[in-house]
Design a protein around this ligand. Structure first.
Ligand code: GDP
Length: 325
């Protein structure tokens, strides 16, 4: 299929075309990349904008269950929902597979939903680009909501927060009254903390955990992109489908406030600039890797640095000078 036709089908919202396009942007082959870029260029400026929601949580907190319930609620309201998973493979060991369709059975069958599990990738840079491109494709396909799911490990959360309009942290009820080992940096990224499993025997613990986090969030420095009362902590039960409408209401209120106050577009502009810089950096590195002369020079200088014959700074300066020449 040529790129023009693929673009038309994506614009028409065809899920098969979208899946195919995502496979294309995931490919590492140079000729595929050229086609992917042509496609993305063609679709750019479609004027369509989804609400991009980043969702993070450690394995077992209930991400799949939440996405299934939350996604069904949204499609029930006539919204089209895309789910993308970000799973740097280093984080996969021991954890569950993200975007596992067997755990989102109802949503998988829902015509207004599109679920894309994470591909096996190694470098976080590659995952970031693939996800960013996939988000753009989903927007061009007219999805209203793009949920970007990631595990609470390593750098992937920061990356997802850098491409989302809203960032949601999903937590499970803590055993005691101590805060779970959630890193401060991750809490600072969250717009809404959802304490899941607020049902049955776990409900009191969930409410306690929620109150603890609400207290901790109040101690954070107020961010300019937040209205009064944000970031906030709430309880939900993904299993019993409770609190989901409430959580969605808060997400909408926050997004609306940011839109009205110029933060929404400003943040997207800043993110676009960030990813552009990142892409150029990655491209330069790739070029360095591919150029045999440059690689030989790197090896030579690297060995000299290892032997202590030249300083790190001296070697880097020489290397960069050689590249300029
Ligand atoms: P993920 O690894 O974060 O995707 O978590 P899953 O969605 O696979 O859920 C992990 C376990 O927690 C499963 O056994 C779920 O049934 C359970 N679970 C998820 N949500 C809830 C909830 O709201 N309440 C209760 N009680 N259990 C839940």
């Amino acid at each position: 299929m040529d790129i023009a036709e693929l673009a038309d089908r994506i614009r028409a919202g065809e899920r098969r075309a979208l899946a195919r396009a995502i496979t294309l942007v995931e490919s590492g082959r140079d000729d595929h990349r050229a086609r992917a870029v042509a496609l993305l260029d063609r679709l750019a400026g479609s004027g369509r904008q989804a609400l991009r929601i980043g969702l993070s949580g450690t394995p077992g907190v209930g991400k799949s269950t939440f996405i299934e319930s939350f996604g069904m609620m949204l499609t029930g309201q006539g919204l089209r929902v895309a789910v993308l998973a970000v799973d740097p493979s280093s984080a996969r060991s021991g954890g569950s597979i993200l975007g596992d369709k067997t755990r989102m059975e109802r949503l998988t069958r829902e015509p207004n939903a599109f679920i894309r599990p994470s591909p096996s990738q190694t470098a976080l840079g590659g995952v970031a680009r693939r996800t960013r491109d996939a988000v753009a494709l989903c927007e061009a396909a007219g999805f209203d909501i793009v949920l970007i799911e990631t595990v609470g490990v390593g750098q992937s959360e920061t990356m997802v927060a850098e491409m989302a309009d809203l960032f949601i942290l999903l937590l499970a009820p803590a055993g005691g009254d101590e805060l779970q080992g959630v890193k401060r940096g991750i809490m600072e990224m969250a717009d809404i903390i959802l304490v899941n499993k607020a049902d049955g025997d776990l409900k009191p613990a969930a409410m306690r955990t929620c109150a603890d986090y609400a207290g901790a969030l109040r101690l954070l420095r107020k961010r300019p992109q937040d209205p009064e009362g944000f970031p906030k902590a709430m309880t939900v039960s993904a299993l019993e489908e409770e609190g989901l409408q409430n959580a969605w209401g808060e997400m909408q209120a926050l997004a609306a406030w940011r839109r009205e106050n110029g933060h929404f577009d400003a943040r997207r502009a800043e993110q676009a600039r960030h990813w552009f810089g990142e892409e150029v950096r990655l491209g330069l590195l790739a070029r360095l890797e591919k150029d045999p002369d440059a690689r030989a020079q790197m090896d030579r200088l690297g060995a000299a640095v290892a032997r202590g014959e030249i300083s790190v700074s001296g070697a880097a300066t020489q290397m960069l000078a050689a590249l300029n020449g």
